[in-house]
Design a protein around this ligand. Structure first.
Ligand code: FE2
Ligand code: FE2
Length: 481
């Protein structure tokens, strides 16, 4: 389908299409928690019908088609807004793993028929190419002739579905390989050796692939702040946060790995700052701060001197030079001529700030908790940080980041292991419950805090407060990795 300029009609299609996808996806996810006659399920169905039937009245049919990472609504591509991106990603994932690429309604639909369709879809096995034939048959048996589903068109260059354990394992591999690679490259640079950039590029491409599938595993690893080697972890974390923000605001895949590279080496100039200053236990004096503040300029000069970066050079400079500039240019280095900070620079600034404040290190003994850092970001939004990116970032991290130890109203403790995709459910993540046995905490089951009690319609679990894992001698990493 050719790209064309936006018209009012396209705008309307995007609006209606977005509504449809959100509500359809909510129903589909609802089937995992509720049974067919549950009140919540009834309500979701009702809401979804309100997004279907008016379309059929005005356009005589509703046709949704998945093409790669896009949804077409009555043949118009839905322009996804940044804040809806996670929902679309989740929806596309659900469709892709079932090999369903088309849904069509030719006449107004009833509640029962829509439920039939949704429960049929939800019950499909994963990775079965002929699923669509099964749904077809089932709809025929029920004499539902006005609803059709179609097969997902397969494109060779993409992986359709990776199961979550495999994804976790791969993310872990990418993470720790990246740490070693950064170490190698940084040490190479320090000793003025020729460094192998190709390996770094390849790793960042793997990171982009993993993040585009599902960013929870890598974000989880980045959120664990108790690794030993600060500098290298910091570099990798900044790259991960940057790529994750980038994909949420729709930066194309190729540029995402460049963004990752720029994130990875944003502090390259620090290799020229004496160790005594970097690792100083007490407060830095004015002169020492002066030295630290040279690292963006020093880094930029280093990048410019190295031929190896090639086409990446400009991007690397964005990262190295701009990451302490701040949105309103009140940071450092001071510019003689005012200009705007580039998008890459603005993204890396946020990623850097979040990671730097969230960990213990020489001159920052007590790390801030995530909530506090996000609060600071909001406070400084528009001055230090790009306000739009701040919103995207907060949504991405959530108020209970992966790895947070929480106390629930059932008096159980648990660790946040997965965020919800809808931003209104941001306080109801998936939690791995813990139980205490023979002197230590052990892994229990994973529960979904959006789950409600069938009879009372009350949430089964609610987070009361966050706890400090060190106080309970719990190693959060074990639950995420
Ligand atoms: Fe820095
Ligand atoms: Fe940094």
């Amino acid at each position: 389908m050719p790209e064309k300029t936006l018209t009012a009609q396209d705008d309307l299609s995007t609006k209606m299409g977005t509504e449809f996808v959100i509500r359809f996806y909510r129903m589909l996810k609802g089937t995992a928690i509720y049974d067919r006659n549950n009140v919540a399920m009834d309500q979701y169905t009702q809401e979804c019908l309100q997004a279907i039937n008016p379309v059929i009245k005005s356009e005589s049919h509703l046709f949704l088609k998945v093409v790669r990472d896009n949804c077409f609504f009555n043949n118009v591509k839905i322009q996804v807004r940044a804040d809806n991106y996670p929902i679309f990603k989740g929806f596309l994932n659900e469709m892709k793993k079932r090999w369903i690429g088309e849904v069509e309604f030719e006449e107004e639909v009833s509640k029962e028929h829509l439920k039939d369709l949704i429960f049929l879809l939800s019950g499909l096995e994963e990775n079965n190419e002929s699923n669509y034939l099964y749904v077809k048959k089932q709809l025929e048996y029920r004499d539902i002739r006005h609803i059709h589903v179609g097969k997902l068109e397969f494109f060779k260059d993409e992986e359709i579905y990776v199961d979550s354990e495999d994804q976790k394992r791969r993310s872990k591999e990418v993470y720790f390989k990246s740490i070693n690679m950064v170490k190698e490259v940084m040490e190479g640079i320090k000793n003025q050796k020729v460094v192998n950039i190709r390996k770094a590029k390849r790793l960042m491409q793997n990171a982009v692939n993993a993040i585009m599938q599902d960013d929870s595993a890598l974000l989880g690893l980045a959120n664990i702040k108790n690794y030993d080697e600060y500098t290298f972890n910091h570099s990798v974390n900044v790259a991960i946060y940057a790529i994750s923000i980038g994909q949420r605001i729709g930066i194309p895949k190729k540029h995402l790995s460049h963004l990752g590279m720029a994130g990875l080496f944003h502090d390259i100039g620090k290799t020229r700052v004496p160790r005594e200053i970097l690792n100083k236990a007490g407060k830095l004096n004015a002169e020492e701060w002066e030295v630290i503040r040279t690292h963006p300029v020093v880094g930029t000069e280093m990048v410019m001197r190295m031929k190896e970066w090639g086409e990446l050079s400009t991007r690397m400079i964005n990262g190295a030079f701009e990451h302490h500039l701040r949105y309103d240019l009140s940071g450092y280095p001071k510019l003689t001529r005012k200009r705007k900070v580039t998008l890459f620079g603005r993204i890396i600034t946020l990623a850097d700030f979040y990671d730097a404040l969230g960990r213990p290190r020489a001159y920052n003994r007590f790390p801030y908790v995530s909530e506090k850092i996000l609060g600071l970001m909001m406070e400084r939004s528009g001055r230090d940080f790009d306000p739009i990116l701040v919103k995207v970032f907060i949504n991405m991290i959530g108020i209970f980041p992966l790895g947070t130890l929480v106390l629930l109203d059932t008096n159980e403790m648990g660790i946040v292991v997965q965020a919800q995709e809808e931003s209104d459910l941001i306080d109801r993540p998936k939690v791995n419950l813990l139980f205490y046995k023979e002197g230590q905490y052990r892994k229990g089951k994973v529960v979904d805090l959006t789950e409600k009690d069938e009879t009372t319609s009350q949430y089964k679990w609610t987070i009361l407060k966050t706890l400090d894992p060190n106080e309970y001698s719990i190693n959060v990493a074990e639950y995420l990795i």
